[in-house]
Design a binder for this molecule. Structure first.
Ligand SMILES: Nc1ncnc2c1ncn2[C@@H]1O[C@H](COP(=O)(O)OP(=O)(O)OP(=O)(O)O)[C@@H](O)[C@H]1O
Ligand SMILES: O=P(O)(O)OC[C@H]1O[C@](O)(CO)[C@@H](O)[C@@H]1O
Length: 322
């Protein structure tokens, strides 16, 4: 291992820069050359590389987003696209590549490794937190704190006007952000893909709360396939429940901003682990953190296995939100 590359892919996530910085410093300390690939798989296909040295990563640990930029690349999803990627990696003289991204990124990586035998190590970075093989993904904690701060503010106005609020948080097809911010923000109800709930049931539950004296309520909704789902739910609930309501969609606000302590530390730890993994001869796996220890999970498991919500936290949410 003499020369390695690093890229960020999928949605940007606060803490990705801490991870890039850690990987660069670890590589240089171990006598490796390290090259950044800009704009994720799209940039890889174009050979859009940038040499990384100490100066390139200086003063970046506190920045949200990703200094390498990122993308969603339809071309990489084709066999021809991945053949081109393998050729670029070969021409750039990269002995290994670190990929920071989510489950889609690792799905693509598993195909690239299987088709071309490319040496790849992943690091989980996604505010969705839906990657199997790590307790937390880089960016999740910052996004959850952002959603929480919005919920706290909404509670002030909800309480002042005796209103029902639907707060929509991100999460393609998972309720991690909704559950975490919902429990911390004292939400009354959750609408998440893992626990389907009809609008009639949701209305009945809210009615119970109003019967025991609640005058305002917050329902945290996981966005699902595309943003805006909470408007439909609010309209349906209005048919069952005559209560003044409002909808707030938090959207991409949750993806930006300076990373929390947790995400900077996680990014740093996993950046070091990824370089060490390559030097130890590992490939085709993701370096994650499970119960405080570094764990390596084969790429296929990271996206084929479903990471469940914590059942205890779910139970506690139900208990505390009554
Ligand atoms: N099934 C697939 N086959 C090949 N490549 C894929 C596949 N799914 C995703 N990719 C590649 O990985 C890139 C990133 O995936 P995706 O857009 O799903 O984000 P992600 O890594 O899951 O991150 P996030 O959780 O932030 O959305 C895609 O743009 C595509 O190039
Ligand atoms: O920024 P885009 O491409 O619209 O993607 C939005 C999606 O990305 C995520 O933020 C994950 O990065 C999802 O929660 C959300 O559904």
């Amino acid at each position: 291992m003499r020369r390695i590359g690093i890229l960020t892919s999928g949605g940007d996530a606060p803490g990705m820069n801490a991870c890039i910085r850690a990987a660069v410093r670890t590589a240089l300390a171990n006598g490796l050359e390290i090259v950044g690939i800009r704009r994720g798989y799209a940039g890889l296909l174009e050979g859009d590389t940038v040499p990384l040295d100490r100066t390139a990563i200086r003063n970046t640990i506190h920045l949200g987003g990703t200094i390498l930029e990122t993308s969603r690349s339809p071309e990489f999803m084709t066999r021809e696209g991945r053949a081109r990627a393998a050729e670029v990696i070969r021409q750039a003289g990269l002995d290994g590549l670190i990929l920071i991204g989510g489950e889609g990124t690792f799905h693509g990586a598993s195909l690239l490794a299987a088709e071309w035998g490319t040496t790849l190590v992943g690091v989980p970075g996604s505010i969705d937190n839906d990657v199997y093989g790590t307790d937390s993904c880089i960016g999740f904690d910052t996004a959850a704190n952002c959603a929480l701060s919005a919920i706290d503010r909404i509670r002030d106005t909800a309480r002042s006007h005796d209103r029902l609020f639907f707060v929509e948080v991100m999460g393609h097809h998972t309720g991690f952000l909704a559950l975490e911010s919902g429990i911390a923000g004292g939400a009354e109800e959750l609408v998440i893909p893992e626990e389907p709930l009809s609008s009639a049931e949701l209305s009945d539950r809210l009615k119970e709360g109003f019967k025991i004296g609640k005058k305002s309520a917050i329902v945290v909704v996981a966005e699902g396939k595309k943003p805006g789902k909470s408007f439909r739910i609010a309209d349906e609930v209005r048919k069952f429940l005559n209560y003044e309501s409002r909808v707030v969609v938090l959207g991409h606000l949750q993806r930006g901003g300076p990373p929390t302590v947790r995400d900077r530390v996680l990014g740093s730890v996993l950046g070091v682990a990824a370089v060490t993994a390559l030097q130890d001869g590992r490939s085709g796996c993701m370096a994650g953190e499970v119960k405080g220890e570094i764990a390596y999970t084969p790429f296929d498991d990271t996206w084929q296995k479903k990471k469940p919500l914590d059942a205890d936290v779910m139970r506690i949410f139900s208990l505390l939100s009554e």
